[in-house]
Design a binder for this molecule. Structure first.
Ligand SMILES: Cc1cc2nc3c(=O)[nH]c(=O)nc-3n(C[C@H](O)[C@H](O)[C@H](O)COP(=O)(O)OP(=O)(O)OC[C@H]3O[C@@H](n4cnc5c(N)ncnc54)[C@H](O)[C@@H]3O)c2cc1C
Ligand code: FES
Length: 411
């Protein structure tokens, strides 16, 4: 073997060794990367109906105003645990438990409020839209709405809030063959946004009519979104009614109808045939429109409504039970150590407890959220109409309950 040939062999062996080294190094690096992929959380299936008990921590991921007057603000909320969210029924609400000091006090306590979900179900976040509530007209000495103003003034992106799972019996039915009429007054648009966006995505063949009543263009929430949805979906008819249009508001461009959403407007603009009606708005609108629909012959089963607070409106089939005690029955609040006499002055046991300084939790004050649920140690409670919340056995809802007999309550 010549010296040149020997040198070539040595170089070839060295080259093979280098190549083998490179391949082994690459293999090792690949081997190290694999555990990172393996440790990524396995996908968890979203289970229909699965919800959480108590409260769950959510982080605010965005906030933004929906109207020109900046009085209605949307908050997107994602779970801190990063797990998928249980789907909800379009129209349902979330219950928030906040630690806030009441106006004029220093010590914080739990304050509960409900807010409707204002978008269709998504696996990674919820959205609510909250209207700032001022002091009542002509009463500037009273504090403005506590929680809504707290959200507007203090709740920022990154803040963590405690939420109860979606709840409520006001939601759209799943029958795509039955045209739906969604009637919203003011901030009552929120559950309708959820129903509308869900229907357009899941039931594209369903006829939808949205009637949205407000005073003027400054309050017109989701304006661009609604106009874009109506332009993209011929099955959706949009009827926006301004009762007090501003100078800059243009009929036919910003809104379709001058005046309120009333029966005459529905009769003039709805096609003949059966419809499912969903209504959410201020007390005055609901108290005229629901009986008007009944008077028009709409079957009870086709009228669904929700009030954002105590409402005098009853579900059509329910009359006031005669069994509520008028006055003179004894009410014992066991934990508070108070024994009182029901004097018939209060609309509910919640009002009665609060008037007498008994500490009880409340949220919706309309039988929907369960915040005021209290163990009933003895006696019986009546409701003017079946509460929306599924009351646990042996418990009662104070906000819509009145005593039928003497009571002993755990509160
Ligand atoms: C099922 C459901 C869904 C809802 N969905 C939404 C929604 O999507 N968006 C939304 O914005 N709201 C919604 N609400 C309403 C919401 O829950 C709150 O009721 C609303 O935000 C007002 O709460 P607040 O704490 O700001 O006002 P509060 O503090 O409860 O005050 C209410 C009013 O009482 C006045 N007031 C304060 N003190 C007194 C006093 N001493 N005497 C007399 N008046 C007084 C306040 O100035 C205010 O005008 C919903 C309610 C329910 C039940
Ligand atoms: S306060 Fe919501 S159910 Fe009574």
């Amino acid at each position: 073997m010549t010296a040149t040939r020997l040198l070539s062999w040595i170089l070839a062996v060295l080259l093979v060794q280098v190549l083998v080294g490179v391949v082994i190094a690459l293999w090792r690096r690949r081997g190290k990367a694999q555990p990172a992929a393996v440790t990524a959380p396995p996908p968890v299936a979203v289970q229909a109906g699965a919800a959480w008990q108590g409260t769950r921590a959510f982080r605010v991921r965005s906030r933004g105003f929906e109207d020109a007057a900046c009085t209605q603000c949307s908050f997107e909320l994602e779970p801190v645990d990063g797990q998928p969210l249980p789907p909800f029924k379009p129209g349902q609400f979330l219950t928030f438990a906040l630690q806030l000091a009441p106006p004029g006090e220093n010590a914080a306590r739990t304050v509960t409020r409900c807010y409707s979900l204002s978008d269709r179900p998504e696996p990674d976040h919820y959205r609510v839209t909250i209207k700032r509530v001022p002091a009542p007209d002509g009463r500037p000495e009273l504090p403005a709405g506590q929680v809504s103003n707290h959200f507007h003034d203090h709740v920022q992106v990154g803040d963590v809030l405690q939420l109860r799972a979606p709840a409520g019996h006001f939601y759209i039915d799943a029958d795509p063959a039955l045209p739906a009429v969604l009637v919203a007054g003011g901030i009552g648009i929120t559950p309708m946004m959820s129903m509308l966006r869900w229907c357009l995505a899941q039931q594209p063949q369903r006829r939808l009519h949205l009637y949205y009543g407000l005073r003027h263009g400054g309050e017109h929430a989701f304006k661009a979104q609604l106009q874009a949805l109506a332009a993209a979906h011929p099955q959706l008819s949009l009827h926006v009614a301004y009762s007090r249009p501003g100078e800059a508001d243009r009929q036919g461009v910003d809104y379709q109808h001058a005046g309120r959403v009333d029966l005459a407007l529905l009769q003039r603009t709805l096609p003949h045939g059966r419809h499912a009606f969903y209504l959410c708005g201020p007390g005055a609108m609901m108290e005229t429109l629901v009986p008007a629909l009944q008077g028009w012959g709409v079957p009870e089963a086709d009228i669904h409504f929700e009030a954002f607070g105590p409402a005098s409106l009853r579900k059509p089939s329910v009359s006031v039970p005669p069994s509520a005690a008028a006055a003179g029955v004894a009410i014992r609040f066991e934990r508070s150590g108070r024994s009182l006499d029901w004097d018939g002055q209060d609309a509910s046991l919640l009002d009665f407890a609060e008037r007498h300084g008994v500490a009880v939790e409340s949220g919706c004050r309309s039988g929907g959220c369960g915040s005021c649920q209290t163990r009933l140690l003895s006696g019986s409670v009546v409701y003017d109409q079946a509460p929306d919340h599924d009351v646990a056995a042996g418990h009662c809802l104070l906000c819509v309950g009145r005593p039928a007999t003497a009571l002993v309550l755990e509160a």
